[in-house]
Design a protein. Sequence first.
Length: 286
Amino acid sequence: MNYRHAFHAGNHADVLKHVVLLAYLDALLRKDSPFFVLDTHAGRGRYLLQGEAAGRTREAAGGILALAGRKDAPPAVARYLHAVAANNPVDTLLAYPGSPLLAAQAMREQDRLAACELHPEEAAELKSLFAHDGRVAVHARDGYDAVRALLPPRVDGVRYARGLVLVDPPYEAQEAEYPRITDAVREVLQRWPQAGLAIWYPIKQRRSLQPFFRKLAGSPARSVLLAELMVHPDDSPLRLNGSGMALVNPPWKLDEAIAPVLPFLQKHLGGPGASTRLEWLKRDDG
């Protein structure tokens, strides 16, 4: 309950997360049928890069601010940069859109978003942000509980066969968060078998993530794809060396969209010892 994403808005982890999120949503948009998005840990939706919190950490300097205006970005990164720029005055970056805002701006009239946020002040800001958008429902509640309450999705009598569950917890409980995530994966796939999940995870030392990866590989998922960006060497448990996205049942060819993204981000956001990883933990080739 003490975590505020404003301190980290627009950093290298946000860049990876949001590039992948938009690539995932673009894959859903290729079909005419509507889709539903559940954002389990939505935050406030928009962050001021010149605000007190972001200004204190200056993490955006190693993220969105290092990429803004680049003309040589691969398509998925260019898509992301355009989406961020659309929330700002021309040639200026004042605000950074969070996951629920990026998702809502990508959606069509027939698509729906449920955004969950447990922190009272953050939830209030999120409700204000979407007060006039009938496609978005904001829930001041625990996102894991929402999996049981809101899935399979049915809104105004419409059942949504396709969609995405974005799981982006603050990891205040650190290692204790991973069992909650793997339980949520099983719950989602049981209730909504056609859904996919996008799970953000921090990397301090990658070896500590192996039990989590084994649980994902042993889940009922058909496929699990990992996309990781390390901006520092994997040698210190005291800092955020990088982050990853675990994509459960990702859309067809999403790996191909992500592949050119990772070396580009490594080049422009990483320091000495930076690295990337794009690997299938589990793949249904049928």
